[in-house]
Design a protein around this ligand. Structure first.
Ligand SMILES: *Cc1c(COP(=O)(O)O)cnc(C)c1O
Length: 391
């Protein structure tokens, strides 16, 4: 059986120290020792998210934190008058892919009025259009956006979007579930009011934890509305976090794991991690271009690449062959891109050697499947990028 090599944009491989930390006996969470660990986790997350805002830890997958962001910020339809927890909130959703679509689906489920800025999958949002929609709908409470759209490999310009949202009364919410830790993300400097992050992507931790960073203006909004939530009522998380705790039993082994992964992240440094992912993603794109393949994204992300499978190649068979022959697991396509694309992650522990090996394996499998491939061409093109950028 080949060695497992995960190149999926979540879950990712986890550092050995984090795996070992999960193997220790379960500690009790209402103890000074565990509170000290939690305190370091909160600090580590603030560093990773580049924020001084409150950071909250939920025992859920990333989608749980997305739901928490929606229900805590935007009031749903209510018979009460506005100002008494009533009214009906309006949200702007920037939608172009499987995960940004989820913002809309959650908001609609809670009876929120959704203004959609929808683009075909693979395209990137324009700040000017966000500005126009905010002016057209001055009652929008929050803008829901995505840093790295994992289904299309697009990296959105959150910095530019932040500049226009900041001029309006609306709050900026960003799904950084797969992006944070790989792509540059400066929560405070870019004016992100609520950042949502997941454990199992660039944070290099097994799935089951989600994080939120919440700004003071976002807290003000949260305090002012009726929140249709109990487990996900963020005021309870804020209160507990002030005491170095979570309101309910935390996922203790996962906290032990993220504690170690955050130490690795801090010792590497965010700038270094961002530069590494950027270089690897550029090398990936150079490699696939050398094989005549095209990226899905008009504005490529830096923690994963989504690539159209060449004409005449069955995507399912291609992915299955990479896995059975080399143990390489790539992501497939979702929604309308299912069967048409594959996705390669560049986050977490994935390094230059991994990427060169992955490209070499792709060459071999394409050759085996009847494509005219010059062996070494993708590896050479990627190597050129690495030669220039990695010192
Ligand atoms: C993975 C992912 C999600 C969903 O996270 P889950 O942990 O599967 O709930 C949401 N948004 C983006 C951008 C993602 O990559």
């Amino acid at each position: 059986m080949p060695k497992q090599r995960l190149f999926t944009p979540g879950p990712v491989e986890v550092p050995q120290v984090a795996l070992l930390a999960m193997a220790r006996q379960v500690r009790h969470h209402r103890t000074p020792e565990f509170r000290a660990t939690m305190g370091e986790v909160f600090e580590g997350l603030k560093y990773a998210f580049q924020t001084e805002n409150d950071v909250l830890v939920l025992a859920s997958s990333g989608t749980g934190a997305m739901e928490a962001a929606v229900v805590n910020l935007v009031p749903r339809a209510s018979p009460l008058p506005k100002g008494e927890g009533g009214g009906r909130g309006k949200a702007l959703v920037l939608e172009s892919g499987k995960f940004s679509e989820r913002w809309r689906l959650i908001a609609e489920r809670f009876g929120i009025d959704v203004v959609r800025y929808e683009l075909p999958w693979g395209e990137a949002f324009e700040a000017a259009e966000v500005d126009r929609l905010l002016k057209q709908h001055p009652d929008i409470v929050a803008v829901f956006s995505t840093l790295q759209e994992t289904s299309t490999g697009v990296g959105h310009d959150i910095e530019a979007i932040g500049r226009v949202v900041r001029k309006s009364p609306a709050l900026l919410v960003v799904d950084g579930i797969s992006g944070v830790g790989a792509m540059e993300c400066r929560t405070d400097a870019w004016g992100i009011d609520v950042l949502v992050v997941g454990a199992q992507k660039a944070m290099m931790t097994p799935p089951g934890l989600a994080f939120l960073a919440v700004s003071p203006p976002a807290w003000k909004q949260i305090e002012s509305i009726e929140r249709p939530a109990f487990y996900f009522d963020l005021l309870a998380y804020r209160k507990a976090a002030q005491a170095g705790e979570t309101p309910y039993t935390p996922a203790i082994p996962l906290i032990e794991a993220i504690h170690e992964s955050l130490r690795q992240i801090r010792s590497a440094g965010m700038e270094t991690l961002w530069a590494k992912s950027r270089t690897l993603s550029q090398a990936t794109l150079a490699g696939i271009a050398a094989l005549g393949m095209k990226p899905v994204a008009k504005r490529p992300a830096e923690g994963l690449s989504a690539v159209y499978t060449p004409e005449g190649i069955d995507t399912k068979a291609f992915l299955a062959r990479l896995e059975e022959r080399f143990g390489i697991k790539l992501g497939g396509g979702q929604g309308p891109l299912k069967g048409k694309i594959f996705r390669i992650a560049q986050m977490g522990l994935i390094d230059e050697v991994d990427l060169l090996g992955c490209l070499a394996a792709i060459e071999l499998v394409l050759l085996e499947m009847g494509q005219a491939v010059v062996l070494g061409s993708a590896v050479a093109a990627a190597g050129q990028v690495l030669a220039q950028r990695i010192g």
